[in-house]
Design a binder for this molecule. Sequence first.
Ligand SMILES: C[S@@+](CC[C@H](N)C(=O)[O-])C[C@H]1O[C@@H](n2cnc3c(N)ncnc32)[C@H](O)[C@@H]1O
Length: 213
Amino acid sequence: MLPITHPEIDKYIEKVATEEDPILVELDRATHFQENLPHMLSGHPQGLFLTILAKSMNAKNILEIGTFTGYAAIALAKGMDSNGQLNTIEIDDEKEDIIQKFINKANLNEIIKLHIGEALDIIPSLDDEIDIIFIDADKMNNDAYFELCLPKLRSGGLLLIDNVLWKGNVADPEINDKMTKAIMDFNIKVTSDKRVQSCILPLRDGILMAQKL
Ligand SMILES: C[S@@+](CC[C@H](N)C(=O)[O-])C[C@H]1O[C@@H](n2cnc3c(N)ncnc32)[C@H](O)[C@@H]1O
């Protein structure tokens, strides 16, 4: 495993970010209290990045694949106007209560629409002309999501794919397990895809940002 950043640098990045929204602090705590894999949530600096991005793009229509407990959905929706629509898809119906509880607490029920089910089945039913699509679910399906989502993205819109550095494993020639290989292949494929321009942001576990041309 190759370190992406240093733990001290991560702490510093967290320290100098704008203060975290109290609802997101509470959601982070609740997630750590009740979930087995709490580190899956985007967290403070990445959440702010998503809020700022949604706001700076004046995003009206956002899609998230993989809601987990709702941290990134709320962070993204915080950057939208009250007439925006954010669809978020989660396969695990046991997450529905916590997600809905925090959407209500954040007063974002008018903006966030939660879909419980298999993302590959739900995506085709959603509207086109999406501004931002955040792909953060089962990583083996990244390419399937990319192909299904790209036609739904407006020209100039952004596809964000999380965890593309896979704890640094993608850059380690010693590591060649199936999951790492799939993420490596996906990253290379996007790089040479003429429909987008893209680069990886080394934020947390790496976000691949691809803009539709
Ligand atoms: C890394 S977590 C998402 C974290 C969330 N985006 C955040 O930043 O707070 C991945 C989530 O994707 C969900 N997931 C996995 N496969 C899925 C699928 N095929 N369809 C919909 N959701 C899926 C998992 O149940 C899990 O809750």
